[in-house]
Design a protein around this ligand. Structure first.
Ligand code: HEC
Length: 123
């Protein structure tokens, strides 16, 4: 009887520890809930990120790597050949972008992915 009680208590402690583990995991990734991915549009969500992080090196004649990211049409063509997502996700086979600096934050990458998955609307 005593042994059974000990086992029961041990089991309850295990369950409680497990619950705490999941709670703290949520607390570890607060940006997931603060990343606003509702109403993603080209003009409000995607264009500002690429203008700020990429256009400096990817604008006009002589753009780096011959990749222009200075207009909707140019950006869509980089999406369609796979290079844009490959570069910002740092996938092998693509040059990691933005060059020589930190990867874009997860929220920005997420917004671009959502826009691509929606079929790159010009909205
Ligand atoms: C400091 C300058 C610089 C910045 C900022 C920069 N790039 Fe680049 N990018 C380059 C250069 C140089 C190349 C060509 C050489 C290479 O591929 O490494 C290039 C190449 C690329 C390519 C072609 C990659 C391939 O493997 O074919 C893509 C796509 C690209 N950039 C997208 C981006 C995006 C998206 C951003 C912003 C998140 C960005 N770049 C920011 C300099 C930059």
């Amino acid at each position: 009887m005593k042994r059974k009680t000990t086992l029961t208590i041990a089991f309850i402690i295990l369950v409680l520890m497990n619950a705490c583990y999941y709670d703290s995991e949520e607390a570890l990734y607060p940006q997931n809930s603060s990343c606003d991915t509702a109403n993603i549009t080209y003009s409000e969500s995607v264009s500002p990120i690429l203008s700020a992080q990429c256009a400096g090196c990817h604008t006009g004649f002589g753009a780096n790597g011959n990749v222009q990211l200075d207009s909707y049409e140019h950006i869509v063509s980089a999406v369609n050949n796979g290079s844009l997502l490959g570069a910002i996700r740092h996938e092998s086979g693509w040059s990691p972008m933005p060059q020589n600096t930190n990867k874009l934050d997860d929220c920005s990458i997420n917004k671009i992915e959502i826009w691509v998955a929606a079929g790159t609307p010009n909205n």
